[in-house]
Design a protein around this ligand. Structure first.
Ligand code: ZN
Ligand code: ZN
Length: 264
């Protein structure tokens, strides 16, 4: 599991592989960067088993908003909700045969990975979180861009081996950011993004004895920092005696999610 980039500024793309199967969750980085990142990860884009798109915001689909979208260039099927496909004039150049529908509450097999989708609360038409499960049962949930921690996110991503989970902003930093009030309200609202505190509380409910690694993702560049996120989240995880690894996804560079225990 590699986060290729993780932020609203540099985009979001998460690579999950098992054996010869590799899939992307979101492809929101510029196509050249995406190609370069995949090359560095030794993944041939032609061989991707699918791209799973969480929602239509540009930081999650940037490489699809082209005359020749990334998935079309490499003949890779893209999975998202029917509403996503219906609402997408900016990616109208995607060939129909590569536009696959995956609704919340259902799952699909992509190579050796089973991918289940669940609903999230975010200001997009039908935002999805994903849980990817390997043949031996190893599972990872990828959940960014959510305004609140809902029962669907709980059941969709609880008891995973690995979690890539949003920890977007520090509440005080957001409130004192000097941003327009409408933007602050949007970010902190039910259809915006999770604060570090909210992420900590959610993770305390999602983590089980089985969980080996957590990656905090989609951190705000202006209203958060890796050290601030770790400072807020660590006490929540200590309370439930979490023993696994905790890392923070770089906003712009590749970050590996492993189970080697970091110092926290
Ligand atoms: Zn986003
Ligand atoms: Zn979004």
């Amino acid at each position: 599991m590699v986060s290729l980039a993780s932020s609203s500024v540099y985009g979001n793309a998460y690579l999950v592989g098992w054996g010869s199967t590799n899939v992307l969750v979101d492809c929101g980085v510029p196509i050249r960067r995406l190609e370069k990142s995949l090359q560095e990860a030794n993944v041939d884009p032609h061989a991707l088993a699918g791209v799973f798109v969480s929602h239509e915001h540009g930081d999650h689909i940037r490489s699809m908003q082209l005359k020749t979208p990334f998935p079309a260039k490499y003949n890779v099927p893209v999975y998202s909700s029917g509403l996503f496909w219906a609402a997408q004039p900016s990616i109208s150049s995607m060939p129909d045969n590569l536009c696959a529908t995956l609704e919340h509450g259902s799952s699909v097999q992509a190579g050796s990975l089973q991918v289940a989708a669940f609903r999230k609360s975010h200001d997009a038409v039908a935002p999805l979180g994903f849980r990817l499960t390997a043949p031996d049962g190893t599972s990872v949930a990828v959940v960014t861009d959510l305004g609140e921690f809902t029962p669907e996110v709980l059941s969709g991503s609880r008891d995973c081996d690995y979690l890539i989970f949003e920890s977007n902003h520090d509440r005080a930093m957001e409130l004192n950011s000097g941003r327009p009030w409408s933007l602050i309200k949007r970010v902190m609202g039910k259809y915006g993004h999770l604060s570090n505190d909210e992420a900590g509380e959610a993770l305390a409910a999602l983590v089980t004895e089985r969980t080996k690694g957590i990656m905090l993702a989609h951190l705000s560049l202006d209203c958060n920092s890796p050290s601030q996120a770790l400072r807020t989240i660590t006490p929540w995880l200590r309370r439930i005696q979490y023993q696994g690894a905790l890392t923070v996804a770089s906003a712009s560079a590749a970050t590996f999610l492993t189970d080697s225990v970091a110092d926290h």
